[in-house]
Design a protein around this ligand. Structure first.
Ligand code: BES
Ligand code: MN
Length: 458
């Protein structure tokens, strides 16, 4: 084992250079013009996996390809060896708005112990840490105590629909004892974390159609509905000023937080004042009766992601816009059913939409929340690996983001996911100037190296 750790230590600068290569691909899954960049990134990744000694292949899908890479079977494939999957994604969020980046999003830049690039923390840097740990085993000839399969997909940021199909088709091959996912966060490098809950999500777009074209607001304004105004008024009926969602029955299935959970979340090391500073918002705001930590991890939300209507160019244009649209996501908590919530939202919108506009609702992706025992033998093994690598006591936490596929891992493969995130609160995931901390990168490799030992003993 020591040779593995020494190998990791010795090769850090090469690892960082390789991570830069990985980050140069503009693998933006949401934007069709980047389809080629996703393929090129998958191609690079599969070659890299082969170079470090894995059996790797590209698996085409109806969307972006999936990279699958395996270690050679222990025990000559006769079984009895534990099998773990490492899941990650090579697709990234759109980098826009570009003018807010201090350096171009796909030209990695190192400043101090941070590497800046779109996808650095979410999720290329995190999955690359696991690849480097496995490389250390393979290149030093150290036997792994388990079989490992990497599944690195290109559609996480758009809902992972094709990976779900892929899991069903390859159920036997992918059957495993647990899935390890580093695609979440930790409050600080002194507080490594095991995340035991994620929120679910539903995405949709509301469009209100008014006049058949943009109209002269002087000639016709006043006698016709303004769709932007109608949309604003509609939105205010969906969430009140106390942060409570006003859609009837929205909270019906939400379980109250236990005393233990509230105590645990109160101990979270990031103070509210620090959070407010980090976010740069004039004042924190959230559902009354809950702490910011609870609001952003254990309570459902209704969030406007984008609002579009009318003239957005320079100067003025005196029109009544023909339409207005809002892109929305609701975060869901355990026990809320995405299909049921979607129906509640649609029914309510139809009920309250005024007759002066035509309502169109376009459904997007959806996923349930995730909750797993933080006290299982596997969870305890993961905590030991975190403590050994970060030399600090790890914490347990719930997080507010979503990783839709973890539910499918449970349903299709019967495997729990161990969420061992390497991201920091100031990593700017999904924001301009995304970064990844190089200490988290190095310690993440150590964590992965220890993890296979600890998990295989369970
Ligand atoms: N890595 C995130 C999810 C995440 C972030 C979980 C922080 C916990 C803490 C992932 O890449 C992501 O952004 N997922 C999307 C999923 C959506 C597009 C279906 C999300 O949460 O918005
Ligand atoms: Mn993401």
């Amino acid at each position: 084992m020591q040779v593995v750790l020494d190998y990791l230590k010795k090769n850090q600068s090469r690892f960082v250079a390789e991570l830069c290569d990985y980050l140069r691909f503009a693998s933006v899954s949401a934007q069709p013009q980047h389809k080629k960049d996703l393929c090129a990134c998958a191609e690079w990744l599969v070659n890299h996996c082969r170079k470090i000694g894995l059996d790797a292949k590209i698996c085409p899908t109806a969307g972006h390809p999936i990279v699958v890479a395996k270690t050679k079977k222990c025990n000559g494939g006769r079984g009895g060896t534990p099998h773990f999957m490492i899941y990650g994604h090579y697709d990234v969020q759109p980098p826009e708005p570009l003018d807010l980046w201090k350096s171009p999003p796909f030209e990695p830049r190192i400043v101090g112990r941070s590497i800046f690039a779109r996808g650095s923390t979410d999720n290329k840097g995190q999955n690359f840490a696991h690849l480097k740990a496995v490389e250390a085993y393979l290149k030093t000839g150290t036997p792994l105590p388990c079989d490992l399969t990497f599944v690195i997909e290109g559609e996480e940021e758009v809902g992972s629909e094709n990976l779900s199909v892929f899991l069903k088709k390859n159920r036997a091959e992918l059957k495993c004892d647990a899935v390890v996912v580093s695609d979440t966060g930790m409050p600080s490098p002194k507080h490594p974390a095991l995340t035991y809950a994620l929120r679910g999500i539903i995405a949709f777009e509301i469009k209100l159609h008014g006049p058949s074209r943009d109209l002269h607001s002087g000639v016709f304004g006043g006698a016709v509905e303004n769709p932007a105004m109608a949309l604003s008024q509609l939105l205010t009926k969906l969430r009140d000023t106390n942060g409570k969602i006003s859609i009837p029955h929205f909270y019906d299935d939400v379980k109250p937080l236990s005393k233990l959970e509230r105590e645990q979340s109160a101990k979270f090391p990031l103070k509210d004042s620090e959070l407010q500073k980090l976010l740069g918002s004039p004042k924190l705001f959230g559902e009354r009766g809950f702490t910011p930590m609870e609001q952003r991890s254990a309570r459902p939300t209704f969030e406007v992601n984008g609002l579009t209507s009318g003239y957005q160019g320079e100067g003025n244009k005196t029109i009544v816009p023909a339409w207005a649209s809002a892109k929305i996501t609701c975060r869901l908590v355990p026990n809320q059913n995405p299909a049921r919530i979607r129906k509640l939202v649609c029914d309510y919108l139809k009920k309250i939409c005024p007759p002066t506009v035509r309502l169109e609702i376009e459904a997007g992706h959806g996923a349930e929340a995730y909750l797993v025992s933080p006290t299982s033998a596997q969870a305890k093994a993961a905590l030991r690996a975190l403590e050994k690598s970060f030399s600090c006591k790890p914490i347990l936490m719930r997080e507010g983001g979503s990783i839709p596929i973890v539910n499918e891992f449970k349903k299709i493969l019967g495997a729990d996911s161990l969420l061992l995130g390497l991201g920091l609160p100031d990593d700017n995931a999904h924001s301009p100037n995304e970064k990844f901390n190089l200490d988290c990168f190095a310690k993440g490799q150590l964590m992965s190296a220890h993890l296979w030992q600890e998990l295989s003993r369970v």
